[in-house]
Design a binder for this molecule. Sequence first.
Ligand code: SAH
Length: 325
Amino acid sequence: MIYNFLMQKKEIVNALNSEVILKDGNFKNDFFEIADNVRYNNLGDGVHLRGLIEFTNYCYRNCYYCGIRAENSNTERYRLSLDEILSYAKKGISLGLKTVVLQGGEDLYFNLDKMLEVISEIKKLGVILTLSVGEKSYKEYKAYRQAGADRFLLRIETSDENLFKQIHPNSDFKNRINCLYNLKELGFEVGTGVMVGLPNQSVESLANDILFFKSIEADMIGLGPFIPTPNTPFENEKFIGIELPLKVLAISRILNPKANMPATTAFESIHKNGRIIALKCGANVVMPNLLDCEINKKYKIYKDKSTTPIEAIKEEIISIGRVIL
Ligand code: SAH
């Protein structure tokens, strides 16, 4: 059997059910090796660093899995000023980063005018700007784009409409899909992704997620394990472990040879070598956090979020023979 970007749903399901063996501290699975080769053949050994600025943890949504959901009164809220955002962006640039990613909860304080000010001031610094600020209207996305924003990350979270409804009390699946198509139409480079191991999520559903990334021609795919988090309705849900999320990552790489795929912080947070392991299973991007550690910790979307400093991340990448871009 030749596994490549033409894999069909049945083959994907079989691959997701394949065994992962732990040998000498390494996770082994045929698809991990295939994904690593696909990554190397299409993108080489370069690893892109994108500097993450989590600029607000206020959010009006109530996603059942998320630690910064509106109803979590145990979260200490913060939002950065324009000056603070710009100084973190400058820090990223001084560290050699070419892209900054502005991510946040859906905070109504950052209305269109405020966002346009933030976007245009960051763009004056001469960096590539990725936004990850949730669902907005076509008009707002268009204005963001005109102000200079280059890329947008909006995970679909799950491509299964029923499951989506079960985990999002005040969000609409069709609207989220629509947002992704609007972003594409407006010329953003678009990233999407899912959480792996959600309550009631089947391997069939994950196979559909992988096919969804392909059908939407995602430029970027960010995925990681679902981490049950205190003070959320899902705090007592089961934790899936690292194996299945790694398989979803590897198979997503095989089907999307050229997509940019981060070794997400969620992998790093559940396993001490999570970032390196993900880089060996198809990932080619890392998103170091630019915030000071105390603020970084407050953006607690899930528990035990890793806060590895950028210098240590660079060392890790080099230690496995990869090249920092
Ligand atoms: N408000 C923005 C950014 C959300 S935070 C948006 O809607 O796009 C970024 C991502 O963190 C989410 O898309 C979600 O996939 C992930 N996340 C949130 N809670 C999580 C949890 N408990 N475990 C793992 N990932 C989680």
